[in-house]
Design a protein around this ligand. Structure first.
Ligand SMILES: [Zn+2]
Length: 337
């Protein structure tokens, strides 16, 4: 009797074979026009001499493009590179969403970054999260997941950092963040959300580096350059590659999101007129903008205010708002400790 596989997803690359390989993660998908079909998600692995494993993923959300483009460009060079350790690259993890340029999967509606640890017997996205959690995270020492604001946000390009729970690894982690050397590094506060890819990596006790490198569902070329240079420096700092052939970092400035006071949410339906720009330094009590009632445009608009001092790091793309929509995110200057 054959053992029950941990995952129903089949991977066509051998993570232990030497050299460069390309292949796919085949996610079973039996549907009306393909009874025995699967979704092939491109994956590449480069194995060198013994050393650490770094997992690089983009396209966790399908409408964020700097990460996937940086990883596709990296893949052009990998066949000619020799490294210490192992590099696993998936440019577009939520592949069905990526092909449609959508945040969520067009197949099951799932936001891949809100369903970890996934489900072996679940939907396509749930199976994928489960595979990543049970098969890929255990292989990795360092995990890097590349994001952007997507269609609904524009985000200042920056690394998102989270110190590992194990305080003995803080120095090692900060060294990686400094090596990446994005102009800004932000300690995010997702208000308790623990279904994310990053939360899952943390549960495995692996080092996790994330980032937001643009938005509007397009490619921010400054953000792309920050990703490419940052990854090159990080891979060098992690010991996989020789000195990176990219400019040195001019240092990173640390920011921190501190709870709901740094979020600006819409309290009602309407048309939002912003009174700030991305990157503005704002103060508590400052008017952030006004919501007009499109059904009674003669009514006075409702004025919204920032709750805390900070720098605006993220701004909503869409002018139409509904109650609970996030309009802006701010962060304060910070220190690690
Ligand atoms: Zn994202």
């Amino acid at each position: 009797m054959t053992a029950t596989p941990r995952s129903l997803i089949q991977c066509t690359v051998d993570f232990d074979a030497p050299g460069f390989q390309t292949g796919t993660l085949n996610v079973p998908y039996s549907h009306d026009r393909s009874a025995y079909g699967h979704i092939p998600i491109p994956i590449a692995v480069l194995n060198g001499s013994p050393g650490p494993t770094v997992l690089l993923t983009g396209g966790n959300h399908g409408d964020e493009f700097e990460g996937p483009l940086a990883l596709m460009k990296l893949l052009q060079t990998l066949p000619r590179q020799s490294i210490r350790g192992r590099l696993i690259v998936i440019p577009a993890l939520n592949f069905p969403a990526f092909l449609k340029g959508r945040r969520t999967s067009p197949i099951d509606g799932c936001n891949l970054n809100r369903i970890f640890p996934g489900n072996r017997n679940g939907t396509v996205s749930e199976m994928l999260a489960h595979y990543v959690d049970t098969e890929l995270f255990p292989l990795a020492d360092i995990v890097v997941d590349l994001h952007a604001g997507g269609a609904s946000f524009n985000h200042s390009p920056m690394v998102l950092a989270a110190l590992p729970a194990d305080a003995r690894r803080h120095d090692e982690y900060i060294r990686l963040i400094d090596a990446f050397g994005a102009p800004h590094t932000m300690v995010m506060d997702l208000l308790g959300e623990d279904r994310t890819y990053g939360a899952a990596v943390e549960r495995h006790g692996k080092l996790f580096v994330c980032g937001e490198f643009g938005g509007f569902g397009t490619c921010n070329i400054d953000g792309l350059s920050i990703v490419e240079h940052g990854l090159a420096r990080l891979l060098h700092a992690a010991g996989l590659t020789g000195a990176a052939d990219v400019p040195a970092s001019s240092g990173t400035r640390l920011l921190r999101v501190e709870g709901t006071r740094h979020y600006l949410f819409a309290p009602e339906h309407g048309v939002f007129e912003p009174m700030f720009k991305l990157g503005d330094r704002v103060q508590a009590g400052q008017a952030a903008g006004r919501i007009f009632n499109p059904h009674a445009p003669w009514e006075s608009p409702r004025v919204l205010h920032f709750e805390a001092d900070g720098i605006v790091v993220c701004i909503r793309s869409f002018t139409g708002v509904e109650p609970g929509d996030c309009i802006a995110l701010c962060a304060s200057d910070a220190q690690w400790f």
